[in-house]
Write a protein that binds this ligand. Structure first.
Ligand code: SAM
Ligand code: SF4
Length: 329
């Protein structure tokens, strides 16, 4: 079992399987983002071994993310293989996706044992969607979301609240998710990676989002806690959960149960800190997983107490110097 210095049990691992993506969302990447050479990225077999080692060490939940996880070639091999661990140590296998490939993969995902997925969607307006994702195809995403629903996957929509961009769509999103029986989570922009534009200009506090929703809907607190920065409410009119991810507060760090792995096998013990551990070297050095396990134990012993995000209206805006597609959010 993995226990950190603050007695937190690490039971949840998020694995980025690629840094590549078929979108270039304005808050996540720069327009001319450069991706890693393929040789630096772990093979699917290595990712599988890494995930299995975490399961051996007591991890119960795996989230596959990216970049866009579903653009990785043969990715379904990994889902199928990890799906076999469900009920045998692993309790939940899930993914976060931009939805662009779901028409093709939803049924296979369900057949691999996946039951719930997170889909990122920041706008219901085709033009605005293009402005946010730069190159995303709105119709393809909506078709993908509907294919996932039809395949029986439970859907949570993730929406990054962007001041002056989608703040006039908050109520429409609540209504649309209610009609489709999707949960909905709003996310505050996090200062990850240099963007070319100032992050503070995109930042919209979720207290504003919640106040806006309450002008039309009645919300009551939901006790659900997932060990992450999300807080949930129940929306009576739509009978759905609405989540608020407010990473700028610290009130979730003491319950943190997760770590993140990049597609190059680097483990980040906290999304908002730079300390990391190389797992690729021990993974490749020996077929026996003991070296890898030792490296994981050592890294967990360095998990920090909390993050250090700051968004300020200053010239020297502070940010974590890696983009979100590296650690997958
Ligand atoms: N491509 C997939 C997707 O978009 O769902 C998975 C990877 S993406 C990095 C995971 C989540 O991080 C998405 O919901 C995205 O909106 C969010 N995200 C990316 N950059 C962010 C930022 N700077 N602040 C807050 N959320 C961000
Ligand atoms: Fe791609 Fe997801 Fe980042 Fe958008 S948020 S650019 S879809 S990785």
């Amino acid at each position: 079992m993995l226990i950190d210095p603050f007695q937190r049990k690490i039971s949840y691992v998020r694995v980025s399987v690629t840094d590549r993506c078929d979108f270039r969302c304005v808050y996540c990447m720069s327009e001319d983002m450069e991706f890693l050479p393929k040789k630096d990225v772990l093979s699917l077999e290595e990712l599988d071994r890494l995930c299995n080692t975490f399961i051996d060490l007591g991890v119960k939940k795996l989230r596959i993310t990216g970049g866009e996880p579903l653009v990785r070639k043969n990715i379904m091999h990994l889902f199928k293989s990890l799906g076999k661990k469900l009920g045998k140590g692993l309790e939940e296998l899930t993914l976060t996706t931009n939805g662009s490939q779901l028409t093709r993969y939803s049924k296979d995902l369900f057949d691999s044992g996946i039951r719930r997925i997170n889909i990122s969607l920041d706008s219901l307006d085709k033009n605005k969607f293009k402005r946010i994702t730069r190159i995303g195809d709105f119709d393809k995403v909506i078709q993908g979301i509907m294919a996932a629903k039809k395949a029986g996957l439970k859907i949570k929509i993730n929406t990054v609240a962007l001041k002056g961009i989608n703040d006039n769509e908050i109520l429409d999103l609540v209504h649309w998710c209610g009609e489709n029986k999707f949960a909905l989570t709003f996310i505050e922009v996090m200062p990850m990676g240099e963007m070319g534009e100032k992050r503070a200009d995109q930042y919209m506090p979720l207290t504003d989002v919640r106040n806006l929703i309450q002008t039309k809907y009645s919300l009551t607190e939901d006790p659900l806690r997932t060990g992450g920065p999300a807080r949930y409410v129940h929306c009576h009119e739509t009978d759905q959960k609405i989540g608020f991810i407010t990473p700028h507060t610290h009130n979730f760090c003491e319950m943190c149960n997760r770590v993140r792995i990049t597609c190059t096998g680097v483990m980040y013990m906290c999304l908002g800190q730079q300390d990391k551990a190389d797992l690729k070297t021990p993974l490749r050095k020996s077929e026996n997983n003991q070296l890898l396990k030792n490296a994981i134990y050592e890294a967990i012993s360095r998990k920090p107490k909390g993050h250090d995000f700051v968004i300020e209206r200053k010239q020297d805006e502070k940010f974590v110097p890696r983009h979100m597609n590296v650690t997958g959010g």
